[in-house]
Design a protein around this ligand. Structure first.
Ligand code: HEC
Length: 82
C-alpha cells in the first residue's frame, strides 16, 4: 500500500515539473521573440544562474513586458533544456 502512495507522489511531482517547464517554454516563445530571434537564446548554453542573470537583463530591456516571475520560469526552462 505504501509503495502505491510513493509511486503516485512521484507521478504527481513529475507532472508538476513538466507543467512548469511547459509554461516556461510558452513564456519564452511569447516574450523573448519580441526583439531578437529565439535561436539567439537557444544557441546559448548557460546554467540556471547564468540564465537568471540574462533574463534579468532582458527584463530591463523589455520595459515591463517581462515580469520577474516570467523571467524565473523562462530561466528554469532554458537551463533545464537539453
Ligand atoms: C526589449 C527587447 C528584448 C527582449 C524582450 C528580450 N531581449 Fe534578449 N537581448 C536584447 C538586446 C538588445 C540584446 C543585445 C544586448 C546584449 O547582449 O546585452 C539581447 C541579447 C540577448 C542574449 C545574448 C546575450 C547574452 O547575455 O547571452 C540572449 C541569450 C538573450 N538576449 C535572451 C533573451 C531571453 C531569454 C529573453 C526573454 C526572457 C529575451 N532575450 C528578451 C533585447 C531583448
Amino acid at each position: 500500500m505504501k509503495k502505491i502512495v510513493v509511486v503516485l507522489m512521484a507521478i504527481v511531482m513529475a507532472l508538476a515539473a513538466c507543467t512548469s517547464m511547459q509554461e516556461g517554454k510558452e513564456l519564452f516563445e511569447k516574450k523573448c521573440v519580441k526583439c531578437h530571434a529565439l535561436e539567439k537564446s537557444l544557441s546559448a548554453t548557460k546554467d540556471l544562474a547564468g540564465w537568471e542573470k540574462t533574463t534579468k537583463a532582458m527584463i530591463r530591456y523589455s520595459d515591463g513586458r517581462i515580469t520577474e516571475k516570467d523571467a524565473k520560469k523562462i530561466a528554469k526552462y532554458l537551463a533545464g533544456r537539453k
